[in-house]
Design a protein around this ligand. Sequence first.
Ligand code: ZN
Length: 68
Amino acid sequence: MMPLPCPSCGQPLGLKLDFLVKHPAVQCPYCKSVLKFNIDKESTAKMEKGLKELQDLKKKYENIAKFS
Ligand SMILES: [Zn+2]
């Protein structure tokens, strides 16, 4: 997961998406500006599904490699 930079001062915040889903408003520790992240639960779910599919695919190829 890429660390999100503060949109105001550009410092890396090191916040993860799952944290932001639970805390959509956080204060930047560097410039003290309050940041609001509008995270759509639906797109988060889609992203998680995509990641899972990618892992399944990886497993599939691992098995193929093992048997070849
Ligand atoms: Zn900041």
